[in-house]
Design a protein around this ligand. Structure first.
Ligand code: CA
Length: 128
């Protein structure tokens, strides 16, 4: 009897999760990144691993593992979409470490669903 109840709870939980996913899909860009945060995503269209930063970002080398408290460190050459919700903020992102290589300015209030549109898919190695 107890096992049965657990199974029923699990199934209804999945149904709720799927319903939430379906309902939020069209507004993923608005819902996925909190106000006053800049959000980096592993995949296009704000999917996959996500790192949010509330006060801007300055990271010289995403491949440097010394700062393992920063989730972004694991995203070297793997960021594919970005949302910038930090007011009055423009965040430069670079294809190479130490602010070198190709540069893209990620402006406040803008969503970049596919960095490939800017030639920057899976390339970002430093930010700031
Ligand atoms: Ca790179």
């Amino acid at each position: 009897m107890k096992k049965m109840r657990v199974a029923v709870t699990f199934i209804s939980g999945v149904a709720i999760a799927m319903g939430g996913l379906l309902a939020s899909a069209p507004t993923a860009s608005a819902a996925g990144c909190p106000s006053y945060d800049i959000c980096f995503y592993e995949h296009t269209s704000y999917a996959g691993a996500q790192s949010n930063y509330a006060s801007g970002v300055w990271i010289r080398d995403l491949a440097y593992t010394g700062y393992n408290q920063m989730p972004l460190i694991k995203m070297n050459d793997s960021i594919s979409s970005i949302i910038n919700n930090i007011p009055n903020n423009t965040t430069p992102v670079w294809s190479d470490r130490l602010m070198n290589g190709q540069l893209l300015y990620v402006s406040n209030g803008k969503s970049y669903a596919n960095l490939g549109d800017y030639g920057m898919n899976d390339k970002i190695s430093s930010i700031g």
